[in-house]
Ligand binder design. Sequence first.
Ligand SMILES: Nc1ncnc2c1ncn2[C@@H]1O[C@H](COP(=O)(O)OP(=O)(O)O)[C@@H](O)[C@H]1O
Ligand SMILES: [Mg+2]
Length: 444
Amino acid sequence: MRQDRANTDQLAAEVSLLYRTSQMSALQQRLETASGEMGGRLMVLDESGKVQLDSFSELNGSRLELPEVIGILALNQTADYGVHQLNESADQSLDFHFLKRYDTTSEWVAYCTSALSQDGTIIGVLLFSSPIQDMMERLFALQDRMVLYFLVAAAAAMAIALVFSRVLTRPIAALTRSIQRMGHGDFSVRVPTRGSGEMRKLSETFNAMSEKLEMLDSSRNQFVSNASHELKTPLATMKILLESIIYQPDMEQAVRTEFLTDINKEIDRLNMIIGDLLTLVSMDSQTMRLNRTTFSLSQVVKDTAHRLQPVAEMHHQELKLAINDRCDMYADCAKLSQVVYNLMENALKYTQEGGSIRVRLIRSGRDAVLTVTDNGPGIPKEDQPHIFDRFYRVDKARSRETGGTGLGLSIVHQMVLMHGGSVSVESEEGHGATFTVELPIHQG
Ligand SMILES: Nc1ncnc2c1ncn2[C@@H]1O[C@H](COP(=O)(O)OP(=O)(O)O)[C@@H](O)[C@H]1O
Ligand SMILES: [Mg+2]
């Protein structure tokens, strides 16, 4: 095509000379040879678009209103070209003749035009028309192939995208379902941890979380059922006592008073349990914050001993203090008072008549160390890991008898943890027990 245009332009220079000088037969000769060489039809048109010479000698005198001719004559271009698809209705056209002449089934032709000029004015047009069916067919075949390639590539891309999205979304969908189940209160759900990378990490994190929630859920249930049980026991006792009073109107006054006193005791017990429960629950829900002030822990120990002295005396027990340091703390005074009280109260409560309790407070580095030792019955090895659990009591009957709730040590444990300290027990059955609390002093 480009070659055709170049040839047409080149020929136009030669032709315009012959045309200007009206050497018509030489021109006709030239057109016919060039037409053979270039493999198409060549025509010379005058400035009105009428055919003056035709290499096929057929269209002389007819007017050709092709866009490529108009481009030169009306729009003053020096050259133009175009590609056309022939149609049967144009039987009188240039194309029709062209096809007949070549005896071809060609449907596509290309036209190249070039201006013939004299001193800058256009005096005519050289028109070259050639069949380009071969080229167009190749072009269309290429186009068809391109469409096919495109469709295959698009289908492949879609298939790959589909597979990938399936692979990616399946674990996410499983996770979503699990989260929904968890939202409905089922904490036993776990997701499979297949594959690698982020998805695996996410699944593992989810499983760790649901495991923790399941544990929390079951310990909460355990707590609620234990608490209810603890509350029910005094209520049941009170009900029996009250019913006896109601259904025995002629009961002796002394017996009635005894029953009422027992009811009063049960009410105290209920109060105590509820108080302990509220302390624990508020620590759980983190609403209980540390209210830190500077105070002397040794003073707290002395005050507590003073408060418990009457109890010790009542049981002929000896309560001895050994305090080496003031232990000025920056901590929550009320909570640490409760820690000291609970430990000393236990020691007095579980130690037999005439026993002895030693309380020691020393400073060791950055810690205050409190030990409460008694020479009571001690705690069996198998119970030691559990005594800081809620409601855990070694001897239920004895604990109840002495007014225990089984919550005292778990409160101690939690309060010490809140202060960043630790609590432990050492005991041998029959040889007393020693509770040790280590608390960071945190002087502000
Ligand atoms: N000094 C001690 N000597 C022997 N046993 C103890 C002592 N302190 C605690 N225990 C045991 O640990 C259990 C848990 O103590 P605690 O949580 O304070 O509950 P309680 O309300 O029964 O005192 C007690 O029931 C008791 O069996
Ligand atoms: Mg106790």
